[in-house]
Design a protein around this ligand. Structure first.
Ligand code: ADP
Ligand code: ADP
Length: 228
């Protein structure tokens, strides 16, 4: 079963008398343990692709399957539930709360669901260890570096043990070296946890030469040459 299957998806918006196409007949799959980078110029459809994969936008045409389940006919409530149970989101900036420690940022995710169990706290600690923050889990964001804050955002996205991780420009607020470290971490987590990971990035220099990269141009998919 694929983590994500997008099949012949088209997204268009009314534009006066005509249409603006954000995606044109896009098909892709992300398998468990697969790390797939998506690049392309501004306006090429990258955000729209993330919104479709994240069940935030229903395509005009085509089908979306999440962990083998077709979501086209799902109600808004079901889509919200699937988003929470099966998808983790990592953003350009992690939007942490200033008053909470790294550990508390993760615990908060569970507490919103009424979960204050010791097992969940242990899960949060394990995730913080896995992203390299074991020694700083009781620190607040203002005392963490940019790279460390992004790691908190990544650990938080994994709290619900998602099948699919959707990542939007994770390195744009970081210098090159820290950006590379974040991409390395995402790739490692993808393999170790058997996640399907889709990373939108314009920052091809942070990718490895073996990474799979696809390119969107004008809403259409093209295969990218490997990065040197
Ligand atoms: P990218 O993330 O690669 O910059 P987007 O997915 O944001 O590209 O946009 C792709 C195209 O779809 C652009 O031409 C954009 O103007 C258009 N578009 C995106 N969202 C909307 C919307 N809600 N209404 C109208 N046009 C949109
Ligand atoms: P920064 O350089 O902004 O402090 P990094 O993203 O480089 O942040 O690293 C954040 C933390 O993760 C640091 O405490 C570092 O020791 C730790 N770290 C970096 N790389 C690894 C790794 N591959 N495995 C485990 N921990 C790591």
């Amino acid at each position: 079963v694929q983590a994500l299957e997008i099949d012949q998806v088209t997204v268009r918006f009314r534009d006066g008398e005509g249409w603006t196409y954000a995606l044109r007949d896009v098909s892709l799959t992300v398998a468990p343990g697969e790390f797939l980078a998506v690049t392309g110029p501004s306006g090429s459809g990258k955000s729209t692709l993330l919104a479709v994969a994240g069940l935030l936008l229903t395509p005009t045409e085509g089908t979306v399957r999440l962990a083998g389940r077709e979501v086209g006919g799902a109600t808004a409530k079901t889509r919200t539930d699937l988003r929470r149970s099966d998808i983790g989101f990592v953003f350009q900036q992690p939007h942490l709360l200033g008053s909470l420690t790294a550990l508390e940022q993760l615990q908060m995710v569970a507490r919103l669901d009424g979960d204050r169990s010791a097992a969940t706290t242990q899960h949060a600690k394990d995730l913080l260890e896995q992203v390299g923050l074991g020694s700083v889990m009781h620190k607040r964001p203002s005392t963490l570096s940019g790279g460390q804050r992004q790691r908190v955002g990544i650990a938080r996205a994994l709290m619900g043990d998602p099948e699919l991780l959707l990542v939007d420009e994770p390195t744009s607020a970081l210098d090159h070296e820290r950006g590379v470290a974040i991409v390395d971490l995402l790739r490692t987590l993808t393999h170790e946890r058997g996640l399907g990971t889709l990373v939108v990035t314009h920052d091809l220099g942070t990718l490895g030469s073996d990474d799979e990269v696809i390119r969107l141009v004008d809403g259409k998919l093209a295969v990218e040459e490997p990065v040197d």
